[in-house]
Design a protein around this ligand. Structure first.
Ligand SMILES: Cc1cc2nc3c(=O)[nH]c(=O)nc-3n(C[C@H](O)[C@H](O)[C@H](O)COP(=O)(O)OP(=O)(O)OC[C@H]3O[C@@H](n4cnc5c(N)ncnc54)[C@H](O)[C@@H]3O)c2cc1C
Length: 386
């Protein structure tokens, strides 16, 4: 296998526990997940749900959270976990990111003790699946236009609205729904068997096919006040969840890039053109050099971000830079790898094109590439272009 540890981070930067998490996750993905992937990619919009208990048992849900059955690993180990899941497929990493960063994190950060004990242990094992409802049909990048409303009715809240592009929507037991109230945006835990809640899957996706994506309809859904995440008001709530998930994505994208790079190196060495290995050609070598250089730079970015996160001094703008850069380079790596594979690159016996089209989604969700550009532009200039 081609070595992606060019700067010897293994020996100099990672501790034994971090390496153990990475290596054991890689082994599980190769042994259990990869043999199942193709059937789900071909089906369009499904996930091997029978593997979920194993993911829970291995501590992959909410892995960087403390207590309530969570693994409590540090943020570099957590990042390496995301890297290895996405080395398999972005759909697998999305499943874990949504469950951990977007659903368990807000309950952990903003929920009452009673809410944490009620939901988190079951989510850690995978017995309870969550989804995160922020995006709406008419509002993606600018959720400030949100139309979903929650109104007080006695001791209860009544929710009304539509959420779209929601990962795991139709297979979730709980939905974290962000809705406008008189006090501003609030987060609610909505059990999906409540009357008035409906989820319909979005079909025909070219990207993230081994993942369920749904539209959620909430029509007069009544929930008790006990389901309100009382610890946060305003867009700070959902944005803080996105910061957690984007951090994981910065690592995950590198996993996809590594898979493509390794495949391209192996293929170029084996393939003979004009009497020599494809890998001996200068133009091919230039592509491989670009891939390894960008992967290495991305590793340094995510690693430093993880160390800062562990010290509690990671800033959202830093996460914007890492998400924006690492997804962008991963997509370019995947495209170059696909190119090196020639015609073989377009069939699903090889990985590059699947990663490439997956990464188109990853470029769009969790803040598009251009939105992160504008966030960083404002950070540099002090002038808001958004
Ligand atoms: C497979 C998949 C899974 C998803 N899962 C979830 C989920 O679980 N939960 C959830 O809430 N959401 C989810 N999303 C939604 C995702 O977060 C949104 O698609 C994303 O925020 C972009 O919103 P949009 O699609 O409405 O695009 P838009 O906001 O309409 O943007 C379209 C284009 O315009 C650009 N643009 C927008 N505004 C500006 C501007 N001011 N200046 C310059 N360019 C601009 C954008 O960069 C983009 O290129 C998912 C999406 C996909 C595809």
């Amino acid at each position: 296998m081609a070595d992606t540890d060019f700067l010897r981070l293994d020996d100099t930067q990672l501790d034994p526990e971090e390496k153990l998490v990475r290596d054991s996750t890689r082994e599980w993905v190769e042994k259990e997940f990869m043999p199942r992937l193709q059937e789900h990619v071909r089906q369009d919009g499904s996930f091997p749900m029978d593997l979920v208990p194993q993911l829970g048992e291995l501590g992959m849900f909410g892995a960087n959270l403390e207590g309530y059955g969570c693994a409590g690993m540090n943020n570099v180990a957590y990042g390496l976990l995301m890297q290895e899941l996405e080395r398999g497929d972005s759909g697998l990493r999305s499943f874990a990111s949504v469950q951990g960063s977007l659903c368990m994190y807000p309950i952990h950060a903003y929920g009452s003790e009673e809410q944490k004990s009620r939901w988190l242990p079951g989510m850690a094992t995978g017995e309870l699946i969550g989804c995160f409802g922020l995006t709406e049909p008419d509002f993606g990048s600018f959720v400030t236009g949100m139309r979903t409303r929650a109104e007080r009715r006695g001791d209860n809240w009544v929710l009304q609205g539509t959420k779209r592009w929601i990962t795991n929507g139709s297979i979730a037991d709980l939905a974290i729904i962000w809705a406008l109230t008189e006090e501003g945006v609030r987060g609610f835990v909505v059990e999906t068997d409540r009357q008035g809640f409906e989820a319909r899957d979005i079909k025909g996706k070219f990207s993230l096919r081994a993942s369920v994506t749904s539209e959620l309809f909430l029509q007069d859904v009544e929930i008790p006040n006990d389901n309100l995440l009382a610890g946060v008001t305003g867009f700070r709530g959902p944005l803080s969840c996105l910061t957690q998930a984007r951090y994981g994505i910065s690592w995950g994208a590198l996993g996809a890039a590594m898979a493509c790079y390794e495949e391209a190196v192996g293929y170029a060495k084996d393939r003979t053109v004009q009497g020599g290995a494809l890998a001996s050609k200068q133009l091919v070598q230039e592509k491989l050099v670009f891939m390894l250089t960008e992967i290495t730079k991305g590793q340094l970015l995510s690693l430093q971000l993880g160390r800062l996160k562990d010290r509690g001094i990671m800033e959202p703008t830093m996460v914007s830079m890492a998400k924006r850069n690492n997804v962008d380079i991963a997509l370019r790596v995947a495209r170059d790898a696909r190119d090196i594979l020639g015609a073989n690159g377009i069939v699903d016996d090889y990985q590059a094109m699947r990663h490439m089209v997956n990464l188109e989604t990853v470029r769009t969700y969790e803040g598009t590439h251009d939105i992160h550009t504008l966030i960083l532009g404002e950070h540099i200039t002090g002038l808001r272009a958004l």
